[in-house]
Ligand binder design. Structure first.
Ligand SMILES: [Mg+2]
Length: 399
């Protein structure tokens, strides 16, 4: 399989840049990026903290998250501006809109960061590194603020790359560059390695990302449990998580059937629900995601619609698991009225790796997913349903 190409677009110093750009746009002459300035909230200066700082403020020693009071001591001529989230949302939306022109798969990771899955778009765009420069410059020319673009074969590597040096830069961290570009970095730079974890890792002499990548995995998971496993994978550049576009994440994956007749029997409705579970689980596995919220919707013969949902502690995507949850929801909600529409929807996707590592999952669920994946592989090889659930085969279609 060819490697994925992922972009991570990250606004440089977002809050301060966006406030600066907005002030210039509304006619102010002063660019607050060029004077000692911070974004800090809120009305009460005493309690407010620094959310973002300009370069001149940084040079005077102002750091993010310190109190405005202490920042002012370091820098008496400091200008303080309140955050304006409505303005930030506008710039964030404008950037997202531009990015959506380059890929159908754009994930808004935070207000100032997006992932783009660019895999297979070379024929459309030509050289993708050149494209990254084009996107970066276009955002600057049209919207007035700078971004970094990181390019990698996974979301993790793209994100690490966009952090290399700032501002207004394009960096790559392909799988074959991990050793040279990522392993020498201090362990504190690794994504998801927080302050506490970093300290603990240093205590066992893991000081660089390379140290962790080459450490004994058993020892790491013994000491750090599933976080350790994840960080070990990250240190080795392993991250299969998909780029999930906003539309998909929001709407989820689901399907519904409007029936030609009213269904009044429990078994009839469950048959429909099981069919939907088959379709939905196939789509989830095709997208390589696990859903942690399952929603069942019913509409009765008077067109009154009602739905019930369950939030799970873990993600699922096998037919058995989805049908099991959906069936229980159905039992809880059905008022024994005649049903005209049955819907099944899944949302709140989680990454595959969390599911694999979860120690809270009943083992049957993990096994189910494995079996299901195998069945999918066999069926797709023979291009038909060679293997299916016995209950689906023998069932009488009553609708
Ligand atoms: Mg940023």
């Amino acid at each position: 399989m060819s490697k994925r190409i992922i972009f991570h677009v990250d606004v440089n110093n977002a809050f301060l840049s966006w406030t600066a750009v907005d002030k210039l746009k509304s006619g102010e002459k002063l660019d607050i990026r060029k004077i000692p300035a911070v974004i800090g909230g809120l009305k009460e200066e005493r309690k407010g903290i620094v959310l973002a700082k300009s370069m001149p403020a940084k040079i005077k020693g102002v750091v993010t998250a310190e109190t405005l009071l202490s920042a002012r001591k370091k820098c008496p001529d400091l200008k303080i501006y309140p955050p304006t989230f409505s303005v930030y949302k506008e710039y964030s939306d404008a950037m997202h809109k531009i990015l959506c022109e380059y890929s159908p798969l754009v994930e808004r990771y935070s207000i100032d960061e997006c992932f783009l899955d660019m895999t297979g778009t070379e024929r459309l765009h030509g050289d993708l590194e050149n494209l990254a420069y084009t996107i970066k410059d276009r955002i600057y020319n049209e919207l007035g603020f700078t971004v970094n673009v990181g390019i990698g074969n996974s979301k993790l590597c793209a994100k690490m790359a966009s952090d290399f040096s700032k501002p207004n830069k394009v960096h790559t961290l392909y799988d074959n560059e991990i050793k040279e570009k990522m392993w020498p970095l201090p362990i504190s730079e690794l994504f998801m390695s927080g302050k506490k974890t970093t300290e603990k890792l240093k205590q066992i002499d893991i000081n660089t990302i390379g140290n962790l990548a080459n450490a004994d995995l058993n020892m790491i998971t013994r000491k750090f449990k599933k976080l350790g496993y994840m960080l070990y994978e990250y240190a080795n550049g392993i991250d299969d998580s998909p780029v999930i576009s906003e539309r998909e994440a929001y709407k989820g994956i689901g399907n519904s059937v409007t029936l030609p007749i009213d269904l009044t029997e429990e078994t009839q409705i469950l048959d429909v629900l099981q069919d939907l579970a088959v379709q939905v689980s196939e789509r989830l596995r095709k997208e390589n995601v696990l859903a942690s919220v399952i929603v069942v919707q019913l509409k009765n013969s008077n067109f009154k619609s009602y739905s019930h949902q369950k939030k799970l502690e873990y993600g699922i995507n096998s037919v058995n698991d989805i049908y099991f949850v959906a069936k229980n929801l159905f039992y809880k909600m059905w008022k024994e009225d005649p049903i005209r529409l049955v819907g099944l929807r899944t949302t709140d996707f989680v990454e595959n790796k969390f599911e694999q590592m979860s120690i809270f999952n009943p083992p049957s669920i993990k096994e189910n997913n494995k079996v299901q994946k195998l069945i999918d592989e066999i069926n797709s090889k023979y291009n038909s349903k060679v293997i299916d659930k016995a209950s689906l085969l023998n069932r009488n279609k009553k609708y």
